[in-house]
Design a protein around this ligand. Structure first.
Ligand code: SIN
Length: 522
């Protein structure tokens, strides 16, 4: 009998245990099996259910003859507001075309035009650079292609199995313990554990992320002793459809890439006065400008107008968005779409080097769960699917090839710890209460007063968390841990940079051109 009352039933082992089944986890498993290694995927839901599935815009790669990895790198650095790790971003942009070729080899069919791959445009890119599939359902095509290949290749997959903890022996990760159907526990042992669990969008009340994006991998790694970095940087996507009584639905940035304009409550365009790229400025700039305009006009949304295009063209180019708008009574060819920002992407996460290695030996991480440094303080659109495949491939080279070029990351001097839990007595929080607190006090605009209050309340929440292993409580623990990391880092960072905006420190400060790293206290 395990300490928490659950029964340990069995142990499985593999050359690599991959936690998560979005693009990053599936890619690692495919690479492993191609190289003759055994891979075991453990995933919280079904094999083909992950945030990847809902990615609309696409995947960025400099494959056009007029483009170059150097230009892609310049755009990535510019969007990242002074915090991009240039070496990591160079790897990202240089290896992008090769990884797109891998995806094609794995069966992904990108949209073409006259025999060549079609390229779309999104914010802060110098030109058309974004590959897409099924119009605006790039993630669906990737998720279905890779998950079906994983199954055809006979990779062992354990579905509906939330990982409860990373097993650490003698300072090294040696596997994970997961809950399986019937409340039993399963030990998955491996010399190489890979977290590919995605981000923590569900920290926030309004988010484009699926229900299960609760930051589990970040929380698990932090508790196991790995370093976590940059958690104050959450990207808020400017254009989520504003429909108060229905789930948040993303209106892809590619719609603005095709000329859509943002209009305020008076029907006036406001972005040209804010940034030379207007509606295609970096996401943090657009989201904040929208919030400012909403405040000035007393509205709770603005409008996205793409009515310069014909209905047939819109229905072909954006089939999913077109259909969803129609279901909400909006004809994009005629009616402006009500939009407001929503949490979209976690720029911070488990600190890794460019080979997917964390500061805890044996523990690796790939995709949105990581902080590789490629996004800096604000991610360039469509660099996220790309990050997953580039670093999944490099991790596979490291684990199963003879790649030993770089030392694993050393512990950071001066890493922070979280303040102690406890404080004001608290009932166990609901997930909704945490999400509301994060949205209101650790959201698009922040200040010291709201952040300090959030840090205190989250510490009290943590002390009051129910100890059970049930999925709901497990996710709540992850949300609270990630929330504490984000709020504490945001309070410490006394400046504004990229997606982190402080009303009380509205400008970037040179002294803060550095990362904030957290490690669990002794
Ligand atoms: C979008 O389609 O706007 C999202 C793409 C991304 O987040 O990179």
């Amino acid at each position: 009998m395990a300490g928490d009352g659950t029964v340990a039933t069995r142990t499985l082992s593999a050359d690599v245990v991959v936690v998560g089944s979005g693009i990053a986890g599936l890619f690692v498993a495919l690479q492993a099996s191609e190289r003759g290694a055994t891979a075991l995927i453990v995933t919280k839901g079904a094999i083909d259910e992950a945030n990847t599935r809902y990615a609309q815009g696409g995947i960025a790669a400099a494959i056009d003859e007029h483009d170059s990895p150097e230009q892609h790198l310049r755009d990535t650095i510019e969007a990242g507001a002074g915090l991009v790790d240039e070496d990591a971003a160079r790897v990202l942009c240089t290896e992008a075309p090769g990884r797109v070729a891998d995806l094609v080899r794995y069966g992904v069919r990108f949209d073409t035009d006259g025999g060549s791959i079609s390229l779309g445009r999104e914010g802060a890119h110098a030109g058309r650079r974004v590959l897409r599939a099924r119009g605006d359902q790039t993630g669906l095509e990737i998720e279905l292609s890779l998950s079906s290949l994983v199954q055809r290749q006979g990779v062992t997959v354990i579905e509906h199995a939330p990982v409860q903890r990373i097993l650490v022996e003698d300072g090294r990760a040696v596997g994970v313990e997961t809950l399986v159907r019937g409340g039993k526990t399963l030990r998955c042992e491996s010399p190489s554990v890979v977290l590919a669990t995605g981000g923590a969008g569900r920290l926030y009340r309004f988010t484009t992320n699926i229900e299960s994006a609760t930051g589990d991998g970040i929380a698990l790694a932090f508790r196991a002793g790995a370093e976590v970095r940059d958690m104050e940087f959450t990207q808020f996507h400017p254009t989520a459809m504003h429909r108060p009584d229905a789930p948040v639905f993303l209106i892809s940035e590619a719609v603005r890439g095709e000329g859509a304009l943002l209009l305020d409550a008076n029907g006036e365009r406001f972005m040209p006065a804010v940034h030379p790229l207007a509606e295609l400025a970096p996401r943090d700039v657009v989201a904040r400008a929208m919030v400012a305009r909403m405040r000035e006009t007393g509205a709770d949304h603005v409008h996205l107008d793409v009515s310069q295009h014909e209905a047939d063209w819109l229905a072909t180019r954006f089939p999913n968005i077109y259909r969803t708008c129609m279901e909400s009574g909006i004809d994009m060819a005629r009616d402006p779409i009500p939009v407001s920002p929503a949490a979209h992407y976690t720029m911070g996460g488990v600190r890794t080097n460019t080979w997917g290695e964390t500061t805890l030996p044996g523990l690796h991480a790939v995709g949105e769960v990581t902080s590789t440094g490629v996004h800096g303080a604000n991610r360039l659109a469509s660099n996220s699917l790309l990050e997953s495949v580039v670093f999944a491939r490099r991790l596979s080279d490291r684990l199963f090839g003879d790649e030993t070029a770089e030392e694993p990351p050393a512990p950071s001097p001066g890493a922070h710890t979280l303040p102690p839990t406890g404080g004001a007595s608290s009932e166990p929080p609901t997930r909704e209460a945490v999400q509301r607190l994060m949205w209101e006090q650790v959201g698009i605009e922040r200040d010291a007063e709201g952040l300090a209050d959030a840090v205190g309340r989250l510490a009290a929440f943590e002390a009051a968390l129910p100890p059970t292993a049930a999925l709901e409580d497990h996710e709540l623990r992850s949300v609270v841990t990630c929330g504490r990391l984000a709020a504490t880092a945001a309070l410490l960072r006394e400046e504004s940079r990229g997606a982190h905006y402080r009303r009380d420190f509205p400008e970037p400060r040179e002294a803060w051109r550095r990362h904030l790293v957290f490690r669990a206290g002794e």
